[in-house]
Design a protein around this ligand. Sequence first.
Ligand code: GAL
Length: 381
Amino acid sequence: MMNKLAIWSACSLTFFLYTCKTDLKYNAFYPGQVWEDNNGVHINAHGGGMLLHKGIYYWYGEHKVATSIGNSAQVGVHVYSSSDLYNWIDEGIALNVIENDTLHDITKGCILERPKVIYNEKSKTFVMWFHLERKGTSYSSARSGVATSSSPLGPFTFVKSVRPNKEQWPINVLDIHKINKESEKNNHDFTGGSLPTHTDSINILGRDFKTGQMARDMTLFVDDDGKAYHIFASEENSTLHISELTDDYLDYTGKYMRVFIDRFMEAPAIFKQNGKYYFIGSGCTGWEPNAARSAVSESIWGPWVELGNPCTGPDSQFTFHSQSTYVLPAPGTKNGLIFMADRWQPNNPIDGTYIWLPITFDGEKPVIEWFDQWNMNYFNP
Ligand code: GAL
């Protein structure tokens, strides 16, 4: 009894001290508006992802700066913390770019996008993955970066960058991918320009077999059994790959699947609801918004069935002028889900705002409607 009381008191004290740190300015979300942190500064965590650890939410995202240079990594990955998702404390830079080594993978000026952090129970390590383009390569490196930390707030230490699944074929590889380059007509040397509707005709998967597959827009998903997956736009953005991670979350097991083949999907977000796997993503139009896509599957490996644009109402064909980045189960609700997206400002990226909206379901189809303002009571009327 004493023990329980002591634990309860300690927890209440931690929560009390935590909430004292924030000034609890907000009690609702205001999609697309300036969103101030505890210092009154607009939150700077774009292409972000969430981690819930010991009752606290951590928001990791790209720290952008002013002018179009701000789309390259001048600072690193910013982290904020919150106990209620409305009010965020600036916890500083979780992963810093490297200033004094121009050849480093994450040297200042590289492109470091869509960072996501997951916690590995076995190694007690926070593992960050992100899309990396080495400095000066525009978007041709198409690599995945990995960094780790013993604290959710960092500092994260860069571990490596990789091209995924080098010399591994996906579960659903076709014979045409394996054709020997010398003896067939496919153009394995595709280096850009417009792609055919059916990209297997130029066998990008086969082209990248030896070097590892391309990986651009990405997310991480941890299933109920603790297995983690890296989901990324591959094959010149034509096709997504879902790739299983090793038990320590630091590498690929080599098991992966090509999904949404030739659908040119970006900005992937994956979540689970009532035992089913859901996907929300975008089409491929750079910083310009397009209509979101959604899909459902009984298994992470598919088959994924597309369900169309989840957004409804005015501007739904442009995802309310935003692009998906994450879907989070809403705290204190049974099935509430929050859709998180970025309203990019490519000419002054630091001004980019955040579009967070509730997800409801029409049968098994996710539905996202615009609200100027809403809060968690939406899920518990
Ligand atoms: C978007 C992508 C962003 C960024 C941008 C660059 O489609 O989702 O993360 O890579 O293209 O043009």
